[in-house]
Design a protein around this ligand. Structure first.
Ligand SMILES: Nc1nc2c(ncn2[C@@H]2O[C@H](COP(=O)(O)OP(=O)(O)OP(=O)(O)O)[C@@H](O)[C@H]2O)c(=O)[nH]1
Length: 359
């Protein structure tokens, strides 16, 4: 907006250059070449009038001589001598007339006409010439000013258009950069998600561990019992539906306190802030009970009519080493549960080691 305002200001200022220059040229006060010639002619005419009235009167001659000298001083200008050929001979005529008047001689009317009418004619020619020159100079100046004004206006317009073009290019680049960033973020977040259940995947768990570095956490590894048989009995689409249903059930059971991940196949992991094993035991117990309450049919389960889970849990300090230890401990607990007949849970006692949260 400020750029547009600047251009409008330049245009407005440029618009007023021409009238101001014109006003300057029209001002009165300085005597121009034309005005000097007019005055000189006026003195000559007065001198002529006085001498025609009474050249015999010494007082008339004296006043006429005074007017003549005034006229001469305004006529005797270098510019007139250079530019107007009639100047030199007529100044000589005035000179001669002046000498005669000074000598007390009275010129006849014929002599007067010869001596004064020619200089008056020359001064009239000079006036006209000077007027034309002034008009020409003014017109030329006005033309140049107009051309200058047009150039400034076009230049301003060009700057404006270029400004708009650069702004538009910059905007386009900024938007495409933003779009690219959004796309990459979308792809990055997709790369962290399990497409079937919508929960995070193994990479997301690793990322979360880095985020929680140094904090005591608990990890639950949750595996469906006899899922192969479930798939075999009901088909993979039903198996997929069960995976999605369980993801929701585990999430609800942990009451939003834990983040859920699918580690692959029929194994889920839940990560939560945790300071004591009792919390993990409580979570495992609640999950088992809620699954029982849900009574999800499992037609091919060898020991039950419903879906059951095996859970291994462990507590550790978040970090790369802590995760390796905690994961291994939870995994071993899970396989112990599997080995003991499934449908159960165990919280592992993590042995003292680097990254151990303590038993
Ligand atoms: N429907 C479905 N099945 C899957 C998917 N990923 C893995 N599976 C199946 O999950 C089954 C896992 O079988 P196992 O590892 O033997 O586990 P299980 O049958 O539950 O046996 P236990 O864990 O010992 O009780 C395999 O039959 C896989 O084909 C999936 O995304 N969808």
């Amino acid at each position: 907006m400020s750029f547009t305002a600047l251009i409008l200001l330049i245009t407005y200022e440029t618009r007023w250059v021409h009238p101001e220059i014109h006003a300057y040229f029209s001002q009165s006060g300085n005597l121009t070449g034309q005005q000097l010639a007019t005055r000189s002619r006026g003195y000559l005419q007065e001198s002529l009038g006085l001498l025609l009235e009474g050249a015999d009167e010494p007082a008339h001659r004296e006043r006429a001589l005074f007017q003549l000298e005034l006229a001469y001083s305004l006529f005797d200008i270098g510019l007139y001598r250079r530019e107007y050929a009639c100047t030199e001979p007529n100044l000589a005529r005035l000179d001669r007339l002046g000498q005669r008047l000074q000598a007390g001689e009275a010129p006849t009317p014929t002599e007067l006409n010869r001596s004064l009418l020619a200089p008056i004619g020359c001064l009239t020619e000079i006036e006209m010439g000077q007027l034309d020159r002034r008009g020409l100079a003014t017109n030329q100046f006005v033309e140049e000013t107009r051309r200058h004004q047009t150039l400034v206006l076009l230049g301003s317009l060009l700057i404006y258009v270029l400004g708009i073009v650069f702004w538009w290019m910059h905007e386009r680049q900024r938007r495409s950069a933003e779009r690219a960033t959004r796309e990459s973020l979308k792809w990055m977040s997709r790369a962290m998600l399990d497409p079937l259940t919508g929960v995070g995947n193994r990479s997301a768990l690793n990322e979360e561990i880095v985020q929680r570095e140094g904090r005591p956490v608990g990890l639950l590894l949750i595996d469906i019992d006899f899922f192969k048989q479930y798939n075999d009995a009901l088909g993979h689409p039903d198996g997929d539906r069960l995976l999605r249903r369980l993801a929701m059930l585990i999430d609800e059971s942990l009451a939003g306190q834990a983040r859920l991940y699918r580690m692959g196949g029929d194994e889920f992991a839940a990560l939560l802030d945790c300071h004591e094993d009792a919390t993990l035991a409580g979570d495992c117990q609640r999950l088992t009970e809620q699954l029982r309450a849900a009574s999800l049919d499992h037609p091919a389960h060898p020991h039950s009519d419903h879906v059951t889970l095996s859970i291994g849990a462990a507590r550790f300090i978040a970090g790369e080493a802590g995760l390796a230890l905690g994961y291994a401990a939870a995994d071993q607990a899970l396989y112990r549960v599997k080995g003991e007949g499934r449908d159960g849970w165990e919280v592992a006692r993590v042995e003292a080691a680097a990254g151990n949260a303590g038993a």
